[in-house]
Design a protein around this ligand. Structure first.
Ligand code: ATP
Length: 258
């Protein structure tokens, strides 16, 4: 039977100090990112989580849409990190999603640079980081997380070739609560370890299936190919071109195809 989400069901017994100790729950919402942004602008306490059972206008990177029908996980976490910690947020969130899925379901995950969590090469989760920078100061940052828990990819033609869900992989309904709670605990643990390169950057780099592979990068209408050689400490990808030169690719601008 499908679990029902509520603020109380998430905070009950949640073993964190501040992440998820305040949860704003909506049965249906355009986007948890937009709602979290409004909350952050009003000074919501750090660690506040905005979560929706269903998003009607969920978004991914570069104004792409992220489908999150009922039964999926769609949540945003409000943080007030230093600006130097900003590049680590995508790394720690990716690690936390991968850990929560593996711990609760036993399924094996992979990370695809810069923001995808995969199972058997198909996308099961996505991370989005948004923030507001004023001068040289970060006003707030929001980690957005989408996990396909009970989404049925065959109901969405555009997702069928690229997406999977935990329910699809395991052949049954998945309880979202256990995954959400584990995820929040892990995000907090890693966030409190910032800016530790050893606990965040290293493990993230080591889990990227992208590295060592031939990839195609598209940037607007420009496309180029190369070997994804490494990632820098700021999260950018180092791409080795066929002529031997190396360039640095920043996540904000590009799409990657394997
Ligand atoms: P890609 O990894 O395909 O290059 P991206 O990383 O640039 O995409 P994201 O922000 O990660 O973009 O996700 C948006 C894209 O993911 C959409 O364009 C769509 O193809 C796909 N998508 C949308 N909803 C889902 C979902 N629930 N599960 C898996 N994939 C989805």
């Amino acid at each position: 039977m499908r679990d029902s989400l509520s603020s109380a069901s998430i905070t009950d017994g949640l073993r964190t100090r501040f992440i998820g100790q305040r949860v704003i729950y909506y049965p249906r919402l355009a986007s948890t990112m937009t709602a979290a942004k409004q909350e952050a602008q009003r000074g919501a306490t750090e660690g506040t989580v905005v979560i929706a059972d269903e998003q009607t206008a969920g978004r991914g990177r570069m104004k792409r849409s992220w489908l999150s029908p009922k039964g999926n996980i769609a949540l945003s976490i409000i943080l007030y990190p230093t600006i130097t910690s900003l590049p680590y947020l995508i790394m720690l969130a990716s690690l936390a999603v991968a850990d929560a899925i593996e711990a609760v379901t036993g399924l094996k995950t992979q990370l695809k640079w810069p923001n995808d969590v995969l199972i058997n090469g198909r996308k099961v989760g996505g991370i989005l980081i948004e923030g507001e920078v004023r001068g040289r100061k970060l006003d707030y940052a929001i980690i957005g997380i989408g996990v396909n828990t009970n989404l049925n990819p065959s109901h969405f033609a555009e997702l069928l070739p690229v997406a999977t869900s935990l329910g699809d992989e395991l052949g049954g309904e998945i309880s979202r609560l256990a995954i959400i709670q584990r995820l929040l605990v892990k995000v907090e643990r890693l966030y409190l370890a910032l800016p530790s390169a050893e606990t965040i950057y290293g493990p993230w780099r080591d889990r990227l299936v992208t590295l060592g592979r031939q990839v195609e990068v598209s940037w607007g209408r420009t496309r180029y190919q190369g070997i994804a050689e490494s990632v820098a400490l700021d999260g950018s990808l180092l791409l080795r071109h066929p002529d031997g030169s190396l360039s640095r690719v920043v996540a904000g601008d590009v799409s990657l195809r394997g």
